[in-house]
Design a protein around this ligand. Structure first.
Ligand SMILES: C[S@@+](CC[C@H](N)C(=O)[O-])C[C@H]1O[C@@H](n2cnc3c(N)ncnc32)[C@H](O)[C@@H]1O
Length: 422
C-alpha cells in the first residue's frame, strides 16, 4: 500500500547507547543568536572545522543499493557544501561561529579550531578578538604524508588546530594524549634496572635522567601519529573532508570528561558526534548542509538524539512513492518495506529498495517523528533489512516511516491507521 509524504518539524530517536545529543541544521551567521542562547555556558569542548575557503565545491558520494556498497558502483554525487565565498562573507561566517562557540562554553571549556595555514592568520586574529589573546593555549600542527607532492614549492602537509580556553579554569588532561614511547637509536645509554625495566639514560649536570620504555610519552603540539582517512578506508562515509576519529578522540579526551557535552558547529559527516558518543560524551552537532544532517544521522542511529530540522515534503516536481505494510502481533508493531520509487527519471531505474540509504519506523506525535527502529546501509552491512519492528510505545500518534534516499532527501511518510491501537 502507498504511504503519502507528510510534514514533520523534528525527529526524536531512541537508541540503546548511553550518549545523547542533538543534530541541528544551522547556518552561520544566521543561527548564531539562537544557538548561543540555547547552549549558553553548557558545553565543555567545541571543535570547529569550517570550510577553508578553497574555492571548490565538496560532495557526498552515496553508493546505490547493495551492489553499489559492495562494488563501489553505481554511486551518486550530491552537493555537500560550496567553499566559494563573496567578499567579507567568509570572515563573517567564521566570526559568528567563534562567537557562538565562546557563548556556549563552560568556564572550564576549550575550543579547537581546525584550519589550514593559509586561513590560519585570519582565524587566529578572530580568536584573539573573541576569546582574548590571553586565552590562547596552543597552535597544534597536524602533519600527514598523504596526497601528491608539489615541485614549485614545498608540499603542504599540515593543518593547524588553534586551541583556546574559555577562562583560566580550563580542564585539561594530558594523560588522554599518552602514546607508547618509541625507542630511538640515539646517543642515550641503554640499561635495565633492578626490577627488569628497560630504559634509556643520559647524564647531564652530574645527574642521570632515565626514560623507561614502558612509560608513556605525551603528545606535543606537533601531531604526526594520526593518519588522515585513506580513499578506501572502510570508515569513510562518502562525505568529502571527513576527519579521522583519532583526531577528535585526542581533542575530546584531553578537554572533557565522560558525561560532558562536546559541540561541533561544522559537523560535516558527524565525526565529532560519533567520537564523543563512543567516549561517553554527549553531543551537539550543527551544520548548514542537508548532506551533513543525513550523514550524521546515520552515524548516530544507535544513540538517543533529537534531530532539529524539518523533513522534506516533496512538491509537484518530485513524486517519490513508498510502498509498505504494517501489522501488529503480540504487542509488537511490524513494518515491511516493499518498494521505494525515487520519482526522478535518469537517476537509475527503480529497483525495490535500491534507492533507500536509511529508513526508520516510528510514530508521528504532534508533528514530531519518533523513531523506534532503524536500518541503514554501510560497508559492513550493505543489504538493507526490509522489515523493522518495535514494541508499542506510549499511546497516541500515527505510524510513520522516514526514508533517507540516495538523493540525500529525508522524507517522512504517514502510514494507515491501525485500529485505534496507537
Ligand atoms: C570541512 S567540513 C567539516 C568536516 C567534518 N569535520 C568531518 O569530519 O566530516 C565543513 C562543514 O562546514 C559546513 N558549512 C559550510 N558553511 C557553513 C555555514 N555558513 N554554516 C554552517 N555550516 C557550514 C559544511 O556544510 C561542511 O559540512
Amino acid at each position: 500500500m502507498r504511504w503519502p509524504p507528510c510534514a514533520c518539524s523534528r525527529e526524536i530517536h531512541v537508541g540503546a547507547d548511553r550518549a545523547r545529543g542533538v543534530i541541528i541544521r544551522a547556518r552561520w551567521p544566521e543561527a548564531a543568536g539562537r544557538a548561543a542562547q540555547t547552549y549558553a555556558g553548557q558545553i565543555q569542548t567545541v571543535y570547529l572545522d569550517p570550510p577553508f575557503d578553497t574555492g571548490k565545491p565538496y560532495f557526498l558520494r552515496l553508493p546505490v543499493g547493495e551492489t553499489g556498497w559492495r562494488k563501489g558502483k553505481p554511486m551518486v554525487e550530491l552537493p555537500a557544501y560550496d567553499d566559494r565565498w563573496t567578499d567579507g562573507g567568509y570572515e563573517e561566517m567564521i566570526r559568528a561561529a567563534i562567537q557562538t562557540a565562546h557563548a556556549m562554553l563552560k568556564p572550564e571549556g576549550a575550543l579547537f579550531l581546525h584550519i589550514d595555514p593559509r586561513r590560519g592568520p585570519l582565524a587566529r586574529r578572530l580568536l584573539d578578538e573573541v576569546f582574548g589573546a590571553g586565552n590562547y593555549v596552543n597552535e597544534i600542527v597536524w602533519a600527514y604524508e598523504t596526497g601528491g607532492r608539489a615541485t614549485g614549492h614545498f608540499s603542504r602537509k599540515h593543518d593547524t588546530l588553534l586551541f583556546y580556553r574559555r577562562s583560566d579554569r580550563l580542564y585539561f588532561d594530558i594523560a588522554a594524549a599518552a602514546m607508547p614511547r618509541a625507542r630511538r637509536h640515539n646517543h642515550m645509554r641503554r640499561g635495565v634496572d633492578e626490577q627488569g625495566r628497560a630504559y634509556s639514560a643520559i647524564n647531564s649536570g652530574g645527574k642521570e635522567y632515565r626514560y623507561y620504555d614502558d612509560e608513556p610519552v605525551y603528545a606535543s603540539d606537533v601531531w604526526t601519529d594520526i593518519a588522515p582517512l585513506q580513499q578506501r578506508d572502510p570508515r569513510r562515509t562518502g562525505f568529502d573532508t571527513q576527519k579521522p576519529s583519532a583526531l577528535l578522540a585526542r581533542v575530546i579526551g584531553c578537554a572533557s570528561r565522560p558525561g560532558d557535552w562536546a559541540a561541533d558547529l561544522f559537523a560535516g559527516s558527524g565525526t565529532t558526534a560519533r567520537t564523543a558518543a563512543d567516549m561517553d560524551r554527549n553531543f551537539v552537532s550543527m551544520d548548514a548542509s542537508d548532506a551533513s544532517v543525513v550523514t550524521t544521522r546515520k552515524r548516530m542511529l544507535g544513540c538517543s538524539f533529537e534531530l532539529d530540522a524539518p523533513s522534506r515534503v516533496p512538491d509537484g516536481t518530485e513524486c517519490p512513492a513508498l510502498d509498505a505494510a504494517i501489522h501488529v502481533e503480540g504487542g509488537v508493531l511490524n513494518a515491511a518495506l516493499a518498494g521505494y520509487d525515487i520519482g526522478k527519471a535518469g537517476v537509475c531505474p527503480p529497483d525495490g529498495l535500491a534507492h533507500v540509504d536509511q529508513w526508520s519506523f516510528g510514530i508521528i506525535r504532534g508533528g514530531v517523528f519518533h523513531a523506534y527502529a532503524n536500518a541503514a546501509r554501510d560497508r559492513r552491512s550493505p543489504a538493507l533489512p526490509d522489515t523493522l519492528s518495535f514494541g508499542e510505545g506510549p499511546p497516541g500518534g500515527e505510524p510513520a516511516i522516514a526514508v533517507v534516499d540516495i538523493l540525500g532527501r529525508r522524507i517522512v511518510f504517514r502510514g494507515p491507521s491501525i485500529g485505534g491501537r496507537l
